[in-house]
Design a protein around this ligand. Structure first.
Ligand SMILES: [Zn+2]
Length: 311
């Protein structure tokens, strides 16, 4: 399938098409600049060793470590995404006051229903890390929060607020497609790469800073995706859902309902940009240009039965 552009000039296409690569900017300037401080600090201690390490790492990064095509430059490996996601998940589960996660056994029917939607999306054939990532869903009991978020490695957290807000299973599949895209496109570690640059890699490999991992984890908790990442997650939600029984533009319904209700402060899921109107039209345009089915076929009563399973 051809690479195509949306109205913002971003290029999108199916991940399994070898011809397709998301625009990748090899911007070494910023990370190398940011590395100067830490590099000179360590150089005082062991100049030759450090210089050799730097040369080795830069070579390594240029020829093997940097993955490009997962929404930009990423110094983390796919296994790093899983490892960081697991640690973040464990931190969230260890804080039930802030994140009251519903018990998987007590709410097994609700979890099975949600997992069924995830499995349908995984079966689309469009998820690049279908087998590598966990694709574990956690429901957070907070009816006031219209949100969902994805940790790296396929750990996805959904608030009961958004489940009660949405009107049908197709809408929910759209939201799940969006969150799964953040994980599968590796947006978190891509963002962290931008944030920390080569200095992080140097620090992790040389063992120079034992606090780096906890810093990374702290950054992950409050991580905001960029406008491009949000747009890409919307686009991929369409790409995934197009190959499922769900309406391919399911993700648009969430924004449409918010717009119609005139919700004053948009939830984090929306981010502050791109604006909801643009997102709705981009999602609908993507589905239409791909010739995807946008019929909402799921049963309203089935969805309401699911909602009634929630506390
Ligand atoms: Zn998002």
């Amino acid at each position: 399938m051809e690479r195509r552009q949306n109205k913002r000039g971003q290029v999108f296409g199916p991940s399994r098409d070898p011809k397709w690569q998301h625009n990748c900017y090899f911007n070494f300037f910023f990370p190398i600049e940011s590395n100067k401080k830490s590099s000179s600090q360590v150089t005082k201690q062991n100049p030759l060793n450090m210089r050799l390490t730097t040369i080795f790492l830069l070579t390594l990064m240029l020829f093997s470590s940097i993955s490009c095509g997962d929404s930009g430059v990423n110094i983390f490996s796919v296994q790093d995404d899983v490892m960081l996601g697991q640690q973040l998940r464990d931190e969230i589960l260890a804080d039930p006051e802030k994140y009251p996660v519903l018990d998987r056994n007590s709410y097994s029917s609700a979890y099975n229903y949600v997992q069924g939607v995830v499995n349908d999306i995984l079966a689309s054939g469009e998820i690049q890390y279908k087998d590598e990532f966990a694709w574990e869903i956690y429901l957070i009991d907070d009816p006031e929060t219209l949100n969902a978020f994805a940790a790296p490695g396929g750990y996805i957290f959904v608030y009961t607020g958004i489940l009660k807000f949405l009107d049908n299973k197709d809408d929910f599949a759209g939201v799940m497609g969006h969150e799964m895209a953040h994980a599968d496109r590796r947006h978190s570690t891509n963002q962290l790469t931008k944030q920390y640059g080569i200095s992080l890699l140097l620090s992790l490999v040389s063992g120079g800073d034992p606090n780096t991992l906890s810093q990374v984890l702290a950054s992950l908790v409050g991580l905001k995706f960029s406008r491009d990442h949000e747009s890409e997650a919307d686009e991929y939600s369409v790409i995934y859902l197009c190959e499922t029984p769900y309406a391919a533009n399911g993700a648009a319904s969430f924004f449409e309902k918010l717009i119609n209700q005139g919700t004053a402060s948009p939830p984090a899921f929306l981010s502050t940009h791109p604006n909801p109107d643009d997102r709705v039209s981009d999602i609908n345009m993507e589905a239409s240009e791909r010739g995807c089915d946008t019929t909402f076929n799921s049963s309203a009563s089935e969805w309401h039965n699911f909602q009634n399973l929630l506390p």
